[in-house]
Ligand binder design. Sequence first.
Ligand SMILES: [Zn+2]
Length: 155
Amino acid sequence: MKFCANKNCQQKNPQKLENFNKRKDSKKDGLSSWCKFCSHKNNALWAIKNPEKKILIAARHRAKKEKIPFNITIEDIVIPKICPYLGIPILKNRKKITDNSPSLDRIVSKSGYIKGNVEIISNRANTGKSNLSAKEHLQIGKRMFKLTSNKMRKG
Ligand SMILES: [Zn+2]
């Protein structure tokens, strides 16, 4: 059993050792000093306050995992107020991920997280962009537009 070091911990203390994440750098017992619940809460709060850093760390993780080239730094993460694709507001410092959340886009998706190849756009635009080329987006857009405007005319 072990006490969570967070004074404001809302768990019943002491807690089972399974409630503590492993930490290589911990000298004492190889476990982190805060319980999983407090660590998780703390990480979530940190991410809300540091959206640029959170985006950078997530990208670095992904690049490593998927063996994508990576050389961007925090200066390359610039969150605009408005999505350059859709014109909708980009809202940072929010708890939940929504259409309006900032999302890191690789301009040329085959290229990596390389300086000059990244841009923050809305999560909605990034999700929609996914795997299609610019030409394919136009083709789909044209047909969607044609079909829906026909429908509107016919009522
Ligand atoms: Zn705790």
